[in-house]
Design a protein around this ligand. Structure first.
Ligand code: HEC
Length: 405
């Protein structure tokens, strides 16, 4: 199912790893000063820690009893240390800031475990705990195969997910045969059926499937590089600084438990293989000096100007292009490219005008409302209002390619 491509925990190819040092924050005095007030009512039950989570996102979260997922179990462990129970606010998540805005930032929950730890994720609106994990892409193959770097893929058939960093990365290599798959599940199946030699796919799901469906048959080698590996943390709304500091305070003592949870769910947490870098020396600035440019990385760094204003309110009959850009970059960009910059013509939305001329608008509405599920384009009518989609349309109009050819 195409939805598995756009889970909240998956990052677009433009994701950049960050310097972890920035994430280490000192515990603020306020936490200590608040302590007496809190302990005054210590015998009364503290309110549950409310976690926002996707009910169908294993290995990370699920509402299946007995199989809560890695991130929910981490959340439970944190809550327990804080002397609190947990409650859940289930939210069917599509990748993106919209989810965070409608849950965490709308005070539907206190924390979200597993947000990508990037400084500009949602500007100052979201604050983070110390890093809890690394997520990214991995090479999956037979246990006896040497997988120490990209050159070990030479001459092999490699499954890559559609529009993922690995696909972009390997596009530059004529000596590696790419087989495009739509999901990590499909990549594992192709590997198991002998249709490919290696799957270069999203690591958490690969690890989870390897453990639950393939009897740990495969080796899984995490990769590192621009858009291949990033840190995740627990996210809070800006106003929850005291809670964040409390959580940071208990995280170090939870490390063994957290490591055991990674193993339980088969999610790789090991030392990655460095990719796309000439010298394997610079460990501190992952991706910063990448010689291999991953198509979309630079445009993604442009700030989204409207990040905090509620663009929806400004929508008029013609739509608000700035608000539309925010929706686009938060959700559609995952497949269509940040700011609609996309090298693959079939999904280059800057060509809509050229392609459809007077039918551009009707094609937009039909495609976006109903999707083209068989082709990997989801339906959005239950996700965004028509006002929001009108804004997206206004934004797309502003980026149409009007040049020749
Ligand atoms: C999971 C990947 C994915 C996401 C996310 C996605 N799309 Fe698409 N979209 C596709 C694919 C793949 C196609 C091409 C389908 C085909 O081959 O006909 C497509 C096609 C389209 C088209 C028609 C293009 C054409 O030339 O016919 C429009 C318009 C479009 N998408 C808009 C959007 C908008 C707006 C969003 C965000 C709300 C979005 N898409 C999110 C994958 C995606």
């Amino acid at each position: 199912m195409s939805v598995s491509l756009i889970k909240s925990n998956e990052m677009p190819s433009s994701a950049r790893s960050v310097q972890l040092g920035k994430a280490i924050r000192t515990v603020l005095l306020s936490a200590t000063l608040l302590a007496p007030a809190v302990s005054a009512g210590a015998d009364e039950a503290k309110p549950p820690l409310r976690l926002c989570a996707d009910p169908t996102n294993l290995p990370f979260s699920s509402d299946e009893p007995g199989k809560p997922g890695l991130y929910l179990e981490i959340g439970q462990a944190v809550a327990q240390k804080l002397g609190r129970t947990v409650s859940y606010n289930w939210y069917k998540s599509y990748f993106g800031k919209r989810t965070v805005r409608e849950t965490l930032l709308s005070k539907q929950c206190d924390a979200m475990v597993g947000l990508p730890l990037i400084d500009d994720f949602m500007g100052p609106a979201v604050i983070f705990s110390k890093p809890i994990a690394h997520e990214g892409y991995a090479l999956v193959g037979a246990r006896d195969r040497k997988l120490a770097g990209i050159d070990d893929l030479r001459g092999l058939r490699v499954a890559v997910q559609y529009q993922s960093t690995p696909q972009n990365l390997l596009a530059l290599r004529d000596d590696i045969q790419k087989v495009t798959v739509l999901s990590p599940e499909e990549g594992m199946t192709a590997l198991d059926q002998g249709k490919v030699d290696i799957a270069f796919i999203w690591a958490p799901v690969a690890g989870w499937l390897n453990k639950t469906s393939y009897g740990d048959k495969y080796q899984i080698v995490s990769t590192e590089g621009d858009g291949l590996l990033w840190a995740t943390a627990i996210g809070f709304a800006k106003a929850s600084g005291a809670l964040r500091d409390e959580v940071d305070g208990v995280l170090p003592s939870l490390q063994p438990e957290i490591s055991a949870l990674f193993a339980k769910y088969g999610v790789p947490n090991g030392a990655p293989v460095k990719f796309g870098q000439v010298a394997p020396a610079a460990t501190s600035s992952v991706g910063a000096s990448e010689p291999v440019t991953v198509g979309q990385a630079t445009s993604a760094e442009k700030p989204v100007q409207t990040a905090t204003t509620s663009g929806d309110a400004k929508a008029d009959a013609k739509g608000d292009a700035a608000a539309g850009r925010e929706v686009f970059n938060g959700t559609c960009a995952h497949c269509h490219g940040p700011d609609a910059v996309q090298a693959e013509r079939k999904i280059d939305l800057r060509l809509l005008k050229k392609r459809y001329a007077d039918e551009m608008e009707s094609t937009f509405w039909k495609t976006v409302h109903d999707g083209r599920p068989a082709k990997g384009m989801p339906a959005w009518k239950d996700v965004f209002s028509d006002d929001e989609l009108r804004n997206v349309y206004a934004y797309l109009q502003s980026v149409q390619d009007t040049g020749g050819n």
